[in-house]
Design a binder for this molecule. Structure first.
Ligand SMILES: Nc1ncnc2c1ncn2[C@@H]1O[C@H](COP(=O)(O)OP(=O)(O)OP(=O)(O)O)[C@@H](O)[C@H]1O
Ligand SMILES: [Mg+2]
Length: 436
């Protein structure tokens, strides 16, 4: 399909699946939504649709690409479009962007990049007239922001393209748009793994083992289902709890959930020689049970004694120094105390859903196990469940109960991900009795 700029986008259509092509051809409504499973080809299809739309966009309106933050827009959209070896390789030279800049150029048109979480960026779209808006990860954008985006589509032929993974059934995207598709000027496509022609059967099988429970239903089946029941549904003590550790090749992290009135928990994460991650040791202090609150200084001392006393399995060595000490972001004072005591701690990545998804996937694929001495974690995990009130209100959250050791372990696992991601074993399907 040669455009009026002489750019031929037809070739790329030849490598698309039927669903991808259909969605690209049919996205003529005011709101066009690609939703469904992970890696199912939504972004690639919608980006090709975006390229077509940029070429045809009316000149009397601006073009916006919206994401959670400028960084996610750059990573998920602009970098994908600019990759010379990617599906859009032939067009990479028509796209330019300098990292950190708030605009890009696509086929000579200026495209404004907006992070929805950035208040100043929001101002740039608030007063504008838009011809075309692309929204990445729609469920992660506030509804008010999305409503404002729609109100900007003021020129004839203006349209919005968006992609998303499923969320809960009460999420505003589903309730206020997807379920009302017949009464809106809207089209939507549901994508599953088979709609991505580039995935091998082996890859699809591997991805499927990485998700269980809620995450399987949402990210593999693409269902908008309720977060209910146990958060870590594959947890099976007889499988996940070990009494013997293998040699630990690297002590990657020490995750700390700080509490003075609430319990204080610290979990050591190690990478075993067998390519499995282990929570090897735990420090758990419950001030209520012990009837004494500790000061930051005392906690720091306890922590250092705890690390110094750890016996490394299969060696004669005592004492470990995890590569990263990771404290929860609200524990600024404790971090200063640690610094005074010679421990340079970093703040944990506390994106709860992302963290839960990572830990859940590690447990479900047999790549995270827990030593029997980590009793805080082992005691907390069975009661860790999704909050039905939050689910009804349209968002996912675990019930805020005893989750201190769990948070500490989550911080350690998520914050060190870059260090273990390519070093752990391939996913192991759990025995069929596990998690049932
Ligand atoms: N038609 C295609 N030809 C070649 N590669 C493709 C095609 N469709 C998708 N891919 C590749 O498959 C991978 C996943 O596709 P994509 O990013 O579009 O999935 P997605 O549904 O947006 O996933 P997520 O929900 O995780 O964002 C990417 O590496 C992408 O380049
Ligand atoms: Mg995507």
């Amino acid at each position: 399909m040669p455009s009026r700029h002489g750019i031929d986008l037809t070739g790329i259509c030849q490598i698309m699946s039927r669903k991808q092509i259909r969605s690209i051809m049919e996205c003529t409504a005011r709101i066009n939504l690609w939703s469904g499973a992970v890696s199912s080809g939504k972004t690639i299809a919608s980006l090709l649709a975006l390229l077509f739309a940029v070429v045809r966009a009316p000149n009397n309106g601006l073009i916006f690409i919206v994401g959670r933050s400028l960084q996610t827009v750059e990573r998920n959209i602009i970098e994908v479009l600019m990759q010379p070896a990617g599906p859009f390789g032939p067009f990479a030279r028509y796209i330019s962007h300098t990292r950190g800049a708030t605009t890009a150029s696509i086929f000579g048109r200026t495209v404004h990049l907006i992070g929805a979480s950035d208040v100043r960026a929001e101002g740039r779209i608030r007063g504008a007239t838009a011809a075309l808006i692309y929204v990445d990860e729609l469920t992660l954008i506030p509804e008010a922001f999305f409503t404002m985006c729609l109100s900007r589509l003021r020129v004839p032929g203006a349209k919005l393209l968006a992609t998303t993974n499923p969320d809960g059934p009460s999420h505003w995207v589903r309730k206020n748009f997807m379920l009302r598709v017949d009464s809106l000027d809207m089209r939507q496509w549901h994508f599953v793994l088979d709609d991505n022609p580039s995935l091998t059967e082996d890859y699809k099988a591997a991805v499927k083992t990485e998700y269980t429970g809620l995450f399987y239903d949402r990210f593999i089946l693409g269902r908008w289902c309720l977060a209910e029941g146990a958060v870590y549904s594959s947890w099976t003590p007889s499988y996940h709890v070990v009494t013997e550790l293998p040699p630990i090749d690297a002590y990657l992290g020490l995750g700390i959930d700080y509490g003075t009135v609430n319990p204080f928990a610290a979990e050591v994460l190690g990478l075993g020689r067998d390519g499995i991650l282990y929570l090897t040791n735990e420090l758990y202090y419950d001030s209520k049970a012990r009837r004494r609150e500790l000061s930051d200084h005392e906690y720091s001392e306890q922590l250092r004694d705890f690390l110094a006393g750890i016996e490394q399995p299969h060696t004669r060595q005592r004492g470990v120094s995890p590569q990263w000490t990771i404290v929860d972001p609200s524990a600024a004072s404790f971090r200063i105390q640690l610094y005074k005591d010679g421990i340079n701690a970093v703040l944990a990545n506390n994106e709860v859903m992302r963290g839960i998804r990572t830990v859940s996937s590690l447990l479900a694929t047999g790549r995270l196990r827990v030593h029997a001495s980590c009793t805080g974690w082992i005691n907390e995990i069975p009661g860790y469940s999704w909050d039905p009130t939050a689910a009804e209100a349209g968002f996912d959250a675990p019930i805020k109960a005893a989750d201190h050791a769990l948070d500490a372990g989550r911080y350690a696992a998520v914050t060190t991900e870059a260090m273990w991601r390519y070093r752990i074993t391939d996913p192991v399907p759990l025995p069929s009795t596990v998690g049932s």
